[in-house]
Design a protein around this ligand. Structure first.
Ligand SMILES: [Zn+2]
Length: 303
């Protein structure tokens, strides 16, 4: 784990997990720790700049990228965001101070000014810092900030509270998974050629129906969808076993299922189909989980 809290203590910076805050040469900055102790993200607060200034800044950065361990940087609004990567090496407090000093020196060279424009009304002489999701994003006049915060609070208060509908979500995920088995079943019965690759559709259908039935897009969604998908694959396999029993004019009793799943010739086909189906659906799950993550509502915290 990252050691930003230790660095912040050593350098007397304000720390609020996962961020540390400071000011150097007039420039406010936020440091963000990541899961890797060799990677930190820096956010420097500057005043409005011209595209010509951005260009000369880029030239400076490109020259010293390697020496300064800069992996990536971009300029957005009042923020210069820099990804610092020391590949397997960690950050020491000396390195941190040195980096911030070099960075702000470049700012001065390309004539960047510390921010003093209000991000809310656009007028100068703003003094209060405004953090969005823990990152210092802009400055504002105290009155502007107070008014904006009150406005946001009212908006949040009047917004209808959405209750997570797990019953609907689970139901949807299962129904979706069952619908997703249809292409596989049809192709298997009529063509029969590696139809299990269509197992990939089960997870997508499950995810789609989960959302349609009002399932909340949060951490639990992926487990519900994964479980429903596996259920769909298992169902398809039992369906094929039933089909074989039906074809042999047998009754749908437990003993006949045992027979089908232990018969050396028939069970090989069933288990191969099951294996391929599981493989395909498991293969699709990370993509679906990423979809859940990207559609998850991000909470905006302004302070
Ligand atoms: Zn203002």
């Amino acid at each position: 784990m990252a050691n930003l809290s230790k660095l912040a203590t050593a350098l007397n910076l304000e720390y609020q997990k996962p961020h540390a805050y400071g000011i150097h040469n007039g420039f406010n900055y936020t440091i963000e720790e990541t899961l890797s102790s060799s990677v930190y993200i820096f956010y420097f607060l500057i005043d409005e700049i011209t595209s010509f200034q951005i260009e000369s800044f880029s030239t400076y950065i490109k020259q010293s990228k390697k020496a300064m361990k800069i992996q990536a940087f971009d300029v957005k609004g009042f923020i210069i965001r820099i990804v610092w990567n020391n590949y397997f090496g960690t950050m020491t407090s000396t390195q941190l101070l040195d980096f911030i000093d070099k960075m702000t020196t470049i700012f001065t060279k390309v004539d960047f000014q510390p921010s003093q424009t209000c991000g809310i009304c656009g007028k100068p002489e703003a003094t209060s810092l405004v953090k969005v999701n823990g990152i210092i994003m802009f400055k504002a006049h105290e009155e502007c900030k107070t008014a904006k915060l009150a406005e946001l609070k009212q908006e949040q208060g009047s917004a209808p509270v959405e209750k997570p509908n797990y019953v609907g979500g689970v139901l949807g995920a299962i129904i979706g998974a069952f619908i997703g088995t249809i292409p596989w079943i049809l192709v298997e019965l009529y063509i029969g050629f590696y139809a299990a690759v269509l197992g990939i559709l089960i997870g997508y259908a499950s995810f789609y129906a989960y959302k349609k039935f009002g399932g909340p897009l949060n951490n639990k969604a992926k487990y519900i969808i994964a479980a429903s998908t596996i259920l769909g694959v298992l169902f398809t396999n039992v369906f094929f076993a039933s089909y074989i029993i039906y074809y042999a004019q047998g009754a749908f009793v437990f003993d006949n299922y045992i027979l089908v799943y232990t018969d050396p010739e028939v069970s090989v086909i069933l288990f191969k189909d099951l294996g391929l189906g599981l493989l395909m659906s498991v293969f699709a799950l990370p993509t679906i989980i990423n979809k859940v993550k990207s559609e998850e509502k991000r909470q905006l915290i302004v302070e």
